[in-house]
Write a protein that binds this ligand. Structure first.
Ligand code: GAR
Length: 221
């Protein structure tokens, strides 16, 4: 029997790591046929690092404050990740703007999750901005990372209704539940070779993905 080695993930975090935890659990349960080769944080006190350690994973901290430029920081990330030959790099609440130094070597195998219905609200404070605009819906998008900040082709998007009395916190709580569902789906598609980034955009099973991503629904496989 041919032994197929498992796919390798590298996961970058800056904070709590609830999305990281979902990946830890999905790899443990077999929902994702992958191993997490390394978890890297740019913040030494990120709670997600403790989650990774508890799960017995290799961790590293590359503190952005130790580098004079974004490019030097990104090169340190590349030096840590490239030898592991990750099949997929997952940005899971990683709050640094990446430069081409990092993006180029991992182009096409670099995913991010962003808590808005992209192309609305790239950047920070997404939920407050949705509330301030009077939007009836908010949500989350998993997208390929390209050179444009939060501007790479969306893969999958989940929507939640804004309800009377919502605050940025209450909205974030409902949205994070959706994050935890859609991020492993996008990763699974990629690891199965079904999800591709081409010059014209993202493709699933050979079909172009719409500009706002595939809309999440319960029967999505
Ligand atoms: C998540 O809501 C994620 O969408 C967001 O940070 C949070 C991390 O939570 N990411 C961004 O804002 C990226 N621009 P977690 O650490 O519990 O996974």
């Amino acid at each position: 029997m041919i032994d197929h080695p498992k796919a390798r993930l590298a996961i970058l975090i800056s904070g709590r790591g609830s999305n990281l935890q979902v990946f830890i659990d999905a790899c443990a349960s077999g929902e994702l046929e992958a191993d997490i080769a390394l978890v890297v944080s740019n913040k030494p006190d990120a709670a997600g690092l403790q989650r990774a350690t508890r799960a017995g994973l290799a961790t590293g901290c590359i503190d952005h404050r130790d580098y004079a430029t974004r490019e030097e920081f990104d090169q340190a990330l590349v030096d840590a990740l490239l030898p592991l030959q990750p099949d997929l790099v997952i940005l899971a609440g990683f709050m640094r703007i990446l430069t081409p130094v990092f993006i180029r070597p991992f182009y096409g195998r670099l995913l991010n999750i962003h808590p808005s219905l992209l192309p609305k609200y790239p950047g920070l404070n997404t939920h407050q901005r949705a509330l301030d605009a009077g939007d009836g819906e908010a949500g989350v998008t998993v997208h390929f990372v390209t050179l444009e900040l939060d501007g790479g082709p969306p893969v999958i998007q989940a929507r939640v209704s804004v309800v009377a009395g919502d605050t940025a916190e209450s909205l974030a709580e409902r949205v994070i539940n959706r994050e935890h569902i859609i991020y492993p789906i996008a990763a699974r598609w990629h690891l199965q070779g079904r999800l591709k980034l081409k010059d014209e955009g993202a493709y699933l099973d050979g079909d172009p993905i719409p500009p706002t991503g595939i809309q999440y629904h319960e029967n999505l496989a």
